[in-house]
Design a protein around this ligand. Structure first.
Ligand code: PLP
Length: 357
């Protein structure tokens, strides 16, 4: 098995080559093998370490980043942490643009790495979303000072390119037999990179994107979202429906319930998007054939969510219910069930339905 980390030094050498673990208790019934790609073990705690490294290394290689550069990015979480870590290693200045939804814990981590925080307090007037307002701030900073370099994960091709490597690792780990891949989406960099690797390598893998209800990536109503990571206020140019077999929209309550179930059954403390991915697999059970290998990308770990998704008070405050089995005494699961949309699952047959729990 080749190692993507060869030739890298220091902390950078520990990014990638993450474990793939078999989940033995999460789902029962069908003879299917379920695997989790544990991106949570990257040194910055998430899959975004790969994205950050790929975008920074390529900008250094082509001269857009020099020792005088200040790196700028709009991020409310994991990418900010990944960039702060890598900029600290390279001794580059880093400015992270955040909005009031940013997780305070993540912001403190970015500061601890030496990153500077720029707060955007008002959303974009037209859309009411913060993301366009954060992007406008990044552009403004770069216009004012030519030594600023905006990483721009939404259009930087080294975002998806990083994840060809993620998929190559999975293919190596399972000798190329991956029947299904489930992946949470935000910029769609991960899903795109994985899908391009699958296509170019001739693998027979159906890729399912997992988004949170209320996001603007796929059609569906726009609504307030609480968790960083999954979903987006704008659809990034990396998103390409032609590369995926379908998508599942999960509610935030699905993510919570599912994360708690993963802790109880597998001993893994994960972030919200991992719960969403596992809930999507659960919703897709009837479409997954016996004897298959089904891989889930678990993008980050749970410690940064202790005050939200693992806090009974917070859940009650936000949702007014305990989200099913998330806490003892949680009532029947009330949230709207995942909505599955398949483009080309059985040779061009398109289906759309909501799954009952
Ligand atoms: C926890 C988590 N899950 C999923 C994603 C989605 O990744 P992508 O931007 O590659 O679509 C992200 C991205 O920030 C994330 O932080």
């Amino acid at each position: 098995m080749s190692d993507c980390r060869e030739g890298r030094r220091g902390i950078l050498a520990s990014i990638g080559n993450t474990p793939l673990v078999e989940l033995s208790s999460l789902y029962t019934g069908k003879p299917v093998k379920y695997y989790a790609k544990l991106e949570s073990v990257n040194p910055g705690g998430s899959i975004k370490d790969r994205t950050a490294l790929s975008m920074i290394d390529n900008a250094i290689a082509d001269g857009r980043i020099t020792q005088h550069t200040t790196v700028v990015e709009s991020s409310s979480g994991n990418l900010g942490v990944g960039l702060a870590q890598i900029c600290a290693y390279y001794k580059l200045k880093f400015v992270c643009i955040v909005d009031p939804h940013a997780n305070a814990h993540n912001v403190n981590i970015i500061k601890a790495y030496g990153g500077r925080i720029e707060y955007v307090s008002e959303p974009d007037i037209e859309t009411g979303e913060f993301l366009p307002a954060r992007i406008a701030r990044a552009k403004l900073l770069c216009q004012k000072d030519r030594d600023y370099f905006w990483v721009n994960q939404y259009s930087n091709i080294h975002n998806p390119l990083a994840h060809r490597e993620t998929m190559r690792e999975i293919a190596d780990q399972l000798d190329g037999k991956i029947d299904y891949l489930f992946c949470a989406v935000s910029t769609c960099g991960t899903v795109r990179g994985c899908a391009e690797y699958v296509r170019e390598s001739g693998l027979d893998t159906r890729i399912v994107a997992v988004d949170v209800a209320g996001s603007r990536i796929f059609p569906g109503g726009v609504a307030k979202r609480h968790f960083p990571g999954m979903g987006a206020g704008v659809r990034s140019p990396h998103c390409d429906d032609g590369l995926i077999a379908g998508y599942v929209l999960v509610s935030e309550q699905d993510c919570i319930r599912s994360c708690h179930r993963i802790v109880a059954r597998e001993g893994l403390l994960l972030g919200a998007s991992s719960g969403g991915v596992a809930a999507a697999v659960e919703a897709m059970q009837e479409h997954i054939e016996e004897g298959s290998n089904c891989v889930m990308i678990f993008a980050d770990r749970g410690e940064r969510y202790l005050d939200t998704l693992y806090s009974e008070e917070w859940i009650m405050q936000c949702f007014g219910e305990k989200c099913g089995e998330a806490f003892p005494g949680g009532g029947p699961y009330q949230a709207s069930a995942p909505v599955v949309t398949l483009f080309d699952w059985n040779g061009g047959v398109s289906t759309e339905h909501s799954m009952d729990h």
